[in-house]
Design a protein around this ligand. Sequence first.
Ligand SMILES: NC(=O)c1ccc[n+]([C@@H]2O[C@H](COP(=O)([O-])OP(=O)(O)OC[C@H]3O[C@@H](n4cnc5c(N)ncnc54)[C@H](O)[C@@H]3O)[C@@H](O)[C@H]2O)c1
Length: 384
Amino acid sequence: MINIGIIGTGAISRIHIDSYKKFSDKCSVVAICDTVKEKAELLCEEKGLDAKIYTDVNKMLEDETIDAISICLPPSLHSKFTILSLDAKKHVLCEKPMATSIEECDLMVDAVSRNKKILSIVSQNRYKDEITKVKQILDSGKLGKIHFANFNSLWWRSDIYYHLKYRGTWQSDNGGCTMNHSIHYIDLMIMLFGKPKSVRAYFNNLNHKNSECEDISIAIFEYEDKVITFNSSLLSHGEKQSITIDGENAGISIPWNVNASKTLANGFPLDDEEKAKEINDLYNSLDNLKYKEHDAQILHFLNAIENPANEYISQDDGKNTIEVVMALYKAAQEETRVNFPIEKDDPYYKKETMIGKMTRFNEKEIFLDSLPNIEISLGRDFSK
Ligand SMILES: NC(=O)c1ccc[n+]([C@@H]2O[C@H](COP(=O)([O-])OP(=O)(O)OC[C@H]3O[C@@H](n4cnc5c(N)ncnc54)[C@H](O)[C@@H]3O)[C@@H](O)[C@H]2O)c1
């Protein structure tokens, strides 16, 4: 039995606990920690947990019966508490974003190496039916060479979202919609196509007065043989998420659709119904996932603890997303094309030097300790 401790008892911890409970044959949540004791107590009561309550992470980490930790803390604390947990010989599941700089990611990677423990970074969108099916279709090669893809990570948050004290500053969040929301789709872009060669980008804050950071960004990622455009926003009603991928033989999209064209004598398109049917049949033949999103992420984490050879979303995956976000910010801020990798002597490698460069779009004036603990959405499903 794997004994789990949860650090941070806000909105996302509830999703972690619900998922751990689904695998009660493998694990049990035995400890909860929050600096605000009442929040931890309320969570235990709400979820019917018989767990020890802590207000000091260090005390909790002294408990040798705890095997693994879920980090459900604000982003600026991820690196520090992940490293403390790994050094206390615990496996760690850390919420996204992995950290607030590439340097912090590297320190976390070092802590994994010296402690030989599992570190998994949450990216639950990988475990969605549409995504796993599109990945299999890409891997099948049926689309031919991919030339162009477009990702739309379009969310909606009001200014109240940024009243919370740790949101909406470069220091605490280290970014707006790109770092905290599109990171899910940046991870998917890397999972489907690998890391780009370079990026050009634009960003701005158009309607979030209590945030220093961007509420819109638009990026062009260049690969050896393809280009990907990427739109991120917190201004978008209906939170429409979508991905479009065009290959030599056919184009597919999420929400699921397939089109194929063959050429007329004058170069104009003629529908290739046979090819479209072939790809559609393949999509329909693929199995749905048994476990999805956080449930699947947590099952993979538990399986990796049992046997590190099992596949899971690792520290390297988490670091890749942070590097792409930092490159995008550099490209937008410096109005230049940025090539990968971001080297250690680059000002965008370290948090403090990166922050020193960034435009503060607004002065944050409201700093509330907490917002009501009511249900949160984790980003719309692609198909809604
Ligand atoms: N995967 C997703 O789709 C998803 C969705 C929402 C949030 N998140 C991520 O989850 C993380 C937490 O978000 P949230 O919405 O639950 O935040 P939250 O503000 O609701 O909860 C954070 C909790 O951490 C506690 N805390 C702060 N400092 C602490 C410390 N030193 N020791 C112990 N407890 C401390 C706070 O009191 C609070 O209860 C963030 O990184 C966020 O990006 C991920």
